[in-house]
Design a protein around this ligand. Structure first.
Ligand SMILES: CC(C)(COP(=O)(O)OP(=O)(O)OC[C@H]1O[C@@H](n2cnc3c(N)ncnc32)[C@H](O)[C@@H]1OP(=O)(O)O)[C@@H](O)C(=O)NCCC(=O)NCCS
Length: 147
């Protein structure tokens, strides 16, 4: 398995299949995807891209007092047949030093309720109540400190 930086366009097929199966490709394009400080990582197995995650220089007000510079995680997805093999964890482990290098001390995300267990395993903690994102479902704010 190899983790590499990928172009945002490379993430669309996996975002589409795993995160927005009922949407269009346009639904898989996120605000900030092309921003200068955004980066996209991919995990490859036998040369095939099978897991992706994207990282945005974006603050969440709830954490600002303690963490003035933050990153946001979005588009975390592994193809179903490759889930449970440590690929998303590997993407996050690669991202942490890059985030730190940008002087940021926190990574946050709006976690799907169904993925909360995954985020807890890799060290995120939950914050606040479950809220609904229309057409996608219940989510909860989660974050991990990066020191
Ligand atoms: C959630 C998801 C990204 C995890 O990716 P993955 O490559 O399977 O994750 P990993 O293999 O690195 O998992 C790390 C650990 O978390 C566990 N885990 C993975 N998904 C989990 C889940 N949904 N709930 C609870 N635990 C989970 C794994 O079993 C593994 O445990 P272990 O260390 O004891 O073996 C993947 O299941 C997925 O794409 N799900 C559908 C899309 C989604 O919900 N994305 C998140 C949007 S916020």
């Amino acid at each position: 398995m190899k983790v590499l930086r990928v172009h945002v366009k490379d993430t669309y097929p996996i975002r589409h299949k795993v995160l927005r199966p009922h949407g269009t490709v346009a639904d898989c394009m996120f605000k900030g995807d092309d921003d200068e400080l955004t980066f996209h990582l991919g995990a490859f197995k036998d040369g095939k891209l099978v897991s992706v995650a994207s990282f945005y220089f974006e603050n969440k007000a709830e954490y600002e007092a303690e963490h003035p510079h933050q990153y946001r995680l979005r588009g975390m997805a592994t193809l179903p047949e490759f889930q449970g093999q440590g690929l998303s964890s590997a993407l996050l482990k690669t991202a942490f030093p890059l985030i730190k290098q940008n002087q940021c001390t926190l990574l946050w995300c709006n976690a799907r309720e169904s993925a909360e267990g995954f985020y807890q395993k890799v060290g995120f903690t939950s914050n606040g109540e479950i809220f609904d994102i229309p057409l996608i479902g219940p989510h909860r704010l989660m974050a991990i400190e990066i020191r």
